[in-house]
Design a protein around this ligand. Structure first.
Ligand code: GDP
Ligand code: MG
Length: 438
């Protein structure tokens, strides 16, 4: 992946005390390969790394820097930020009502994004949005938007048995005007690939509505294809901004780097999840940091491994294999994790683990809660998790000042984790965190 490659490039630099022209050139080549492998067009990658190289060689203080690797990272980060558009850009909300048209291929995440944006505008901008269901071909599509609308308490405008998205959009806007909605979001139909019918349709809606803001939604996981689709839609509706979805998956990052460059349109939002609160205003600088932050995996993992006592690990592995992992072991695991510092940050830097860490909910307060529960258990209970019946759970709940539901949740998670670790230990010996990281 891009991150692995960048990691390699920077690792190279770290080995050297100082930068030389030779190892700058080497690193730059690695970075270029990494970008190309991440679906960035070769020409763009080359232009990008040439700039980085010029900057690195041009500044004498880089060649003589004490920490050349870090200076290189800074240069690459600045250039990445620039490539992705520099500043965060807002959307135009000056209409009465403001009209936002959402376009893109089927499955790119238009309907989900429409809901997220409605929620964002309602809660963050204190606007009163109306969703318009313009995907008239699949019966499930309207229903999907209605379910989302109910969830976020935003009304959805539809016209039963009407298959004309232009008419629906225009009537929806009229309805918004008459009923004091100050922003409408028009969800549209997409197809699996670019075809003339879809392009005609979106073009017709775009012309009829003349939206304040046309947004093109694209699945970040589709790589170089994303760029082609972005171009095709731009040719037809000349949109104002791009929404990059599914950044929670194992995306290769190439789309974020290339779209702005190729179509000259800014990325305005990123979406990273199926729930309604996973929308972010796009910040080029943060995205660059995220990409580069991953380059530090090696040093983080080394740090983690240093802190982890090898013998403890082996003892634990034996217990897990015998399915004897108990609450005491759990406590000592927490102590280990604490020693490592920011574990969530650490784990989220490992490609593919980002999503997992979100579910894990590991922060200090979570640790405190869990410890309080275990501290309220007797020695016997800690060593024999299976004895926890209802009356014991009630006593524990009282003891730690949490409610029964929380106790049950924790025990359920504990059981699942135990089961999973046991299963993994029988497989490839991936019984503990160290093996997971290493
Ligand atoms: P549409 O056909 O363009 O309207 O796409 P949908 O909004 O129906 O999304 C297609 C699928 O992708 C659905 O299963 C969504 O739940 C999922 N999806 C949308 N956005 C995201 C995202 O940011 N992350 C993840 N993981 N899934 C998403
Ligand atoms: Mg849809």
């Amino acid at each position: 992946s891009l991150n692995d490659r960048l990691e390699g490039a920077f690792k190279n630099l770290k080995g050297h005390g100082r930068l030389s022209e030779v190892n700058i050139a080497q690193s730059v080549k690695e970075i270029r390969r990494a970008l190309v492998a991440a679906d960035v067009n070769y020409k763009i990658a080359k232009e990008f790394t040439d700039k980085v190289k010029d900057k690195a060689l041009g500044q004498e203080n880089v060649l003589n820097a004490v920490r050349p690797g870090e200076m290189m990272v800074k240069i690459v980060q600045d250039e990445l930020t620039e490539l992705m558009g520099g500043q965060a850009e807002g959307i135009n909300l000056n209409g009465k009502p403001s009209t936002i048209l959402v376009a893109g291929l089927q499955g790119s995440g238009k309907t989900t994004f429409s809901g997220k944006l409605a929620k964002f505008l309602k809660s963050k901008k204190k606007l009163s949005p109306l969703l318009i269901a313009g995907d008239v071909y699949r019966p499930a599509a309207i229903n999907q938007l209605q379910v989302i609308g109910e969830q976020i308490k935003v009304p959805v405008f539809t016209i039963e048995d009407n298959k004309d998205p232009v008419e629906i959009a225009l009537q929806g806007i009229a309805h918004a005007k008459a009923n004091n909605f100050n922003v409408v979001i028009i969800d549209t139909a997409g197809r699996l690939a670019i075809d003339e019918a879809m392009m005609n349709e979106i073009s017709n809606i775009n012309e009829a509505v003349d939206p304040n803001e046309a947004l093109f939604v694209v699945d970040a996981m589709t790589g170089q294809d994303a760029v082609n689709t972005a171009k095709a839609f731009n040719d037809v509706i000349d949109y104002d901004g791009v929404v990059l979805t599914k950044l929670d998956g194992d995306t290769r990052g190439g789309a974020a780097l290339t779209v702005k460059y190729t179509v000259g349109k800014p990325i305005k939002f990123t979406s990273a999840g199926e729930t309604m609160d996973t929308l972010d205003v796009f910040h080029p600088e943060r995205m660059a940091q995220r990409i580069l932050g991953m380059g530090d995996i090696v040093s983080f993992v080394e740090k983690a491994q240093e802190q982890y006592d090898e013998k403890e690990a082996q003892k634990l592995e034996r217990k897990i294999k015998k399915n004897k992992f108990d609450f005491n072991d759990f406590l000592s695991q927490i102590a280990q994790l604490r020693k490592m510092g920011d574990l969530k940050g650490l784990m989220s830097m490992i490609p593919g683990m980002g999503k997992m860490t979100k579910d894990l909910d590991i922060d200090d307060s979570a640790f405190n809660k869990v410890e309080a529960i275990i501290f309220s258990m007797t020695k016997h209970e800690r060593e024999n998790p299976e004895v926890l019946n209802m009356s014991r759970k009630r006593r524990i709940a009282k003891g730690c000042g949490q409610n029964l539901h929380e106790i049950n949740m924790f025990i359920k998670q504990f059981d699942q984790m135990k089961k999973m670790m046991h299963m993994m230990s029988k497989g490839k010996g991936m019984g503990n965190l160290q093996n997971m990281l290493g």
